[in-house]
Design a protein around this ligand. Structure first.
Ligand code: FES
Ligand SMILES: [Fe+2]
Length: 399
């Protein structure tokens, strides 16, 4: 078996990855070190931390972090690892608290991560040196990101360039209307690769494919795109296209992107009947029949319809398991039951994700086979190709 360096160098451009990228625990360990622990991942919307003490716990690749609002209103992140002997400190997924008490021997930490109480320690015990270790937290116009490292990629470019498209949907003033988590028994790359391409959409997603033109070959897309373009301005939308995604990211920065794609005629939103499922976002005045894709780094992908936003977050769990979390966002003043119905709001992406889980697991089975061999991408898999090339670049980085 060749070395990981040689294996990376031998990957054929335009082809899917070698089997070892999905089965080799040494490669997974390298991914954890160079990709998963170094990059930003979306943990929620600012509105979920409404008051001091509001917290959420986020877990990836065996690590766990507490994300909590302090008394000063700032959101901070801490490794969920006790400074006594290492127990998980917070066992709840979310809630509100005044302090975090370790369930093992009762050490108590404040909302600022500082150690407040520890029984029976020597007189010279240094409380200040035993606070919870920080993880990085970053905000992009209302979205809260976390990175399990001290020096993650800069968010400055994303904050600057995405300000205008995010303002169109008033990201700062959204709220989480619904949240679902899907456990996928497959390597994290297979889950994200599936999200990166719509070559599979026509066959796998009849509901999605009847409304979204991304299922079309790109050569056939300009005609439908023109219809949306004509309506955009009157609806309060500007045409913006940004691509600093994956291999196009600037050095030292998070990759990010934005684009808007038309839906088929008659579809105002991603819903069962094509009609709106929530009030228009921000200052939008009408439906242009489009849906916007936002990309934030390696794990977080958002789809903004005119009336709601679907946030897709993929989390590596271990070599053979990943998780897909979806947050459905609506404007903060929308009222459940009156302005939106949870079942209708979540219908499309719940059935689409369940269908994807089946595809991804089938993919995983084949990729583990002795008959598997990397195959060529179609021209509808350009984004997946860029994603894979970015992964190989990260793994090959000499540091
Ligand atoms: S491990 Fe947390 S108090 Fe002992
Ligand atoms: Fe899919």
């Amino acid at each position: 078996m060749c070395s990981i360096e040689d294996l990376i160098a031998s990957q054929k451009p335009g082809y899917s990855l070698d089997q070892r990228f999905y089965t080799d625990s040494e490669i997974y360990a390298l991914e954890v070190e160079r990709i998963i622990m170094r990059n930003w991942i979306l943990v929620g919307h600012r509105s979920e931390w409404a008051k001091p003490g509001d917290f959420k716990v986020y877990e990836a690749a065996g690590e766990s972090a507490i994300v909590v609002q302090g008394d000063d209103g700032a959101i901070r992140g801490f490794a969920n690892v006790c400074r006594h002997r290492g127990s998980r400190v917070c066992l709840e997924k979310s809630g509100n608290t005044r302090k975090f008490s370790c369930p093992y021997h009762g050490w108590v930490y404040g909302l600022d991560g500082k150690l407040k109480a520890a029984r029976s320690m020597p007189d010279d015990f240094d409380f200040a040196a035993h606070g919870l270790k920080p993880v990085s937290i970053g905000l992009i116009h209302g979205l809260v990101f976390l990175a399990f490292c001290d020096h993650p990629p800069s968010l400055d470019g994303a904050i600057r360039d995405l300000a205008e498209p995010m303002a169109m949907f008033d990201f700062e003033n959204l709220k989480v209307a619904a949240y679902k988590s899907y456990d996928i028994p497959a390597n994290w790359k297979l889950s994200i690769e599936n999200y990166q391409e719509c070559y599979h959409c026509a066959a796998a997603h009849p509901e999605y494919a009847r409304m979204h033109t991304l299922m079309l070959d790109p050569l056939k897309r300009p005609r439908v795109q023109d219809g949306m373009r004509e309506k955009m301005e009157a609806c309060g939308l500007k045409e913006i296209s940004i691509d600093f995604i994956d291999t196009a990211a600037r050095p030292g920065e998070i990759g990010y992107g934005y684009s808007r794609t038309a839906m088929f005629d008659g579809y105002l939103s991603g819903s069962r009947d094509g009609q709106a499922v929530a009030p228009l976002l921000g200052d939008l005045t009408g439906y242009d029949g489009g849906a916007s894709d936002f990309s934030f780094g390696a794990f977080s992908f958002l789809l903004a319809y005119s009336d709601h936003v679907v946030c897709y977050v993929f989390t590596p769990v271990d070599l053979n398991n990943s998780r897909c979390e979806i947050h459905w966002l609506v404007r903060s003043d929308a009222v459940q039951g009156k302005d939106y119905d949870l079942h209708e709001l979540t219908w499309l992406w719940d059935i689409t994700t369940k269908a994807d889980m089946t595809i991804i697991v089938n993919n995983s089975k084949g990729v583990h086979s002795k008959y598997y061999e990397p195959g060529p991408f179609s021209r509808m898999e350009k984004a997946e190709r860029a994603y894979i090339e970015w992964i190989l670049q990260q793994l090959a980085r000499q540091e």
